[in-house]
Structures are given as structure tokens and as C-alpha cells.
Design a protein around this ligand. Structure first.
Ligand code: GTP
Ligand code: MG
Length: 308
């Protein structure tokens, strides 16, 4: 799936319902008292972190989100019902910005924040009756809901990092595993920024995989290689190219691995992938991204490692 990690949306609370002007009409009371009820408050817009939501894709073309308005008040002191709140589900790790200020980071499943207040319900004429004012014709309308633009950014906590020397097939493996469309090319440093893809596990949770362009040709860390992303990864997939001109897989690992492990968690699981050959030694999974050979095996090993 293509990954959407940024969105700009407009949210608006529902307007409050108007207060009513009404007078009692009963057969035996020629001029009844005021009985206009209050308007209901407008619904709020809330944002909820939901681990089942993969990315911000639903907001790409769905920009405007407005909660329900409150019901108007009615005669016989009937108060309008409150408008329903609107809940927008967002992926874990969503940062919410308003006017350039960070207002929330929704990191845990179920966390909920209010992003737009509903309008206040109006006041019916019944409330304005007093000793000197027996038949007020005054009522107050509901107020509008709060409206604002929000910027959403997904700060990705990755589960799996695909690493390796330049031109080792990292992007090809990411694409084969997840259906992402990271550019693949026969020259080093095709990938300048991390590329992301997602897998679903058996429990339907989203697992994030990143192709990290972290290493230079000599295996040293690239200054702009985003290696800090490794910290939270639970699985490292080391890619090493095979075929004519490629150095042995063990040599490629020996070059790049030390720098990567410095940034990784102590408990990370490592999987070595020999790209471009479906037949690798016992120490590596052979994957040919062109034919798809070995991809299912690699996916199974990743899911297995994440289950622990
Ligand atoms: N035949 C074959 N070629 C592959 C395979 N994986 C990668 N390649 C080729 O190896 C080259 C590099 O692949 P990429 O996926 O761009 O490698 P990368 O590690 O992401 O490279 P950079 O982003 O430049 O660091 C491309 O020409 C790919 O077509 C594979 O499984 N089989
Ligand atoms: Mg690449």
C-alpha cells in the first residue's frame, strides 16, 4: 500500500441549536407563560489514535470534517438534543499541529483529544421570565462551532528496518514485501529519504517497514542516513547484493553491520537477505525481487520475529 504520512484538514464543531420563543396554549389559559426550550450544544470534533488505521490516506481527499449541530429548542420547554461528536480515527504516532504549534502527539491506542469545540446551545424564552417580565419574547440563538485548520504528520515508529550498502536491493525488497513503490535503480544512492511500506500481521495490526539509506559505499554511516530511526525497530533486514561483481555477503555484512548495530536496540532480531539470488547459503534468505522467489519466506520470518 502507498503510504500517506501528511495531511492538512479542516475541522469544525457543530453549531449550537437555537433557543425557542414559544408560549403555552391551553384551552383554559388564554395567555400561557413562555415555554421556549434551550437549544442543544453542537457536537465536538475529536481525534482518536487507532492502531488499526495504517496511515493518513483517508484524509487525502476528505478534507472537511464537521460535527453534528445541536437541535433547536421547542415549545413546551422542550430542550434540543446535543449534536453527536465526530470522532476521526488516526494512526498511532500522529502529531497534530495548529497554527504551527504542536497540540498533541497521539501515540497510544485509544488516546483521544478534542480538536474543535461544539457551539453553545441557545437559550429559550422560558429562561427570561421574571417577576417584571412575564411574557418575554427574547431567546438566544446557538453559537457556531469552533473551526480550524490542522496539520497532521505521522511520526513513524518503525517495526522493521531494511538496511545495507548502497545498491544492495533494499528498495526492491521493500517493494516486494509490501507493494510500496520506492524507486529501484542500478546505481547507488537512489533512495535519499527513508521509504515506507506496511504489512499486516495475523492480528490485523499494521507493521511499518522502512528502507533506510543509512550507509555509504564503504559501510560508514551517512550523515543524512536517518539511522536514529533504527532505535525502535524490532527487526533489521540486512540486504547484500549477489551476482557478478558483488562482494561476498559476509564481507558486505562485515562492512556495514557495526555502524548499524550502534544505533539499534540490544534486542533487535537480524535477518540477512541475499538479493538477486533465490539460492543463498544457510545464513541468509535468498530473495529475487524480480521473480518474487523467497519473498514469502522472508515475510514469514519477519512476522515470526515480531511475534516474540
Ligand atoms: N535480478 C535482481 N536484481 C535486483 C534484485 N534486487 C535488487 N536488484 C537490482 O539491484 C539494483 C539496486 O536495487 P535497489 O533496490 O535500488 O537497491 P538499494 O539498496 O535500494 O539502493 P540505493 O537506494 O541506491 O542505496 C537495481 O538495479 C535492482 O534492479 C533482485 O532481487 N534481483
Ligand atoms: Mg533504494
Amino acid at each position: 500500500m502507498t503510504f500517506v504520512d501528511h495531511a492538512r484538514i479542516h475541522v469544525e464543531g457543530g453549531a449550537g441549536g437555537n433557543g425557542a420563543v414559544s408560549f403555552r396554549r391551553e384551552a383554559h389559559v388564554p395567555k400561557g407563560g413562555p415555554d421556549g426550550g434551550n437549544g442543544g450544544r453542537g457536537g465536538r470534533v475529536l481525534m482518536v489514535a487507532d492502531e488499526k488505521v495504517p496511515d493518513l490516506g483517508r484524509f487525502r481527499y476528505d478534507i472537511h470534517h464537521k460535527a453534528e449541530r445541536g437541535e433547536h429548542g421547542g415549545g413546551r420547554n422542550r430542550h434540543g438534543a446535543a449534536g453527536a461528536d465526530l470522532r476521526l480515527a488516526v494512526p498511532l504516532g500522529t502529531r497534530v499541529e495548529r497554527d504551527g504549534n504542536l497540540i498533541a502527539s497521539l501515540d497510544e491506542d485509544g488516546t483521544e483529544i478534542q480538536v474543535a469545540q461544539g457551539g453553545d446551545g441557545g437559550v429559550g424564552n422560558r429562561a427570561f421570565r421574571s417577576a417584571t417580565h412575564q411574557a418575554p419574547r427574547k431567546a438566544v440563538p446557538g453559537t457556531g462551532g469552533e473551526a480550524t485548520w490542522l496539520t497532521l504528520d505521522l511520526r513513524l515508529a518503525i517495526d522493521v528496518a531494511i538496511v545495507g550498502l548502497p545498491n544492495s536491493g533494499k528498495s526492491a525488497v521493500l517493494n516486494a514485501l509490501t507493494g510500496a513503490r520506492a524507486p529501484v535503480a542500478a546505481y547507488p544512492r537512489t533512495t535519499q529519504e527513508p521509504a515506507f511500506g506496511a504489512l499486516r500481521d495475523e492480528a490485523d495490526r499494521i507493521l511499518l517497514i522502512a528502507d533506510l539509506p543509512g550507509l555509504a559505499e564503504d559501510g560508514s554511516p551517512r550523515r543524512d542516513g536517518h539511522l536514529e530511526q533504527l532505535e525502535r525497530a524490532r527487526v533489521l533486514v540486512h540486504c547484500a547484493a549477489t551476482g557478478p561483481g558483488a562482494i561476498p555477503v559476509e564481507d558486505a555484512l562485515a562492512l556495514g553491520r557495526p555502524a548499524l548495530l550502534e544505533h539499534a536496540s540490544d534486542t533487535v532480531t537480524e535477518i540477512t537477505v541475499a538479493t538477486g539470488s533465490a539460492s543463498a547459503g544457510a545464513a541468509a534468505v535468498g530473495v529475487d525481487a524480480d521473480t518474487g522467489e523467497g519473498v514469502a519466506d522472508l515475510r514469514a520470518r519477519i512476522l515470526e520475529a515480531l511475534r516474540q
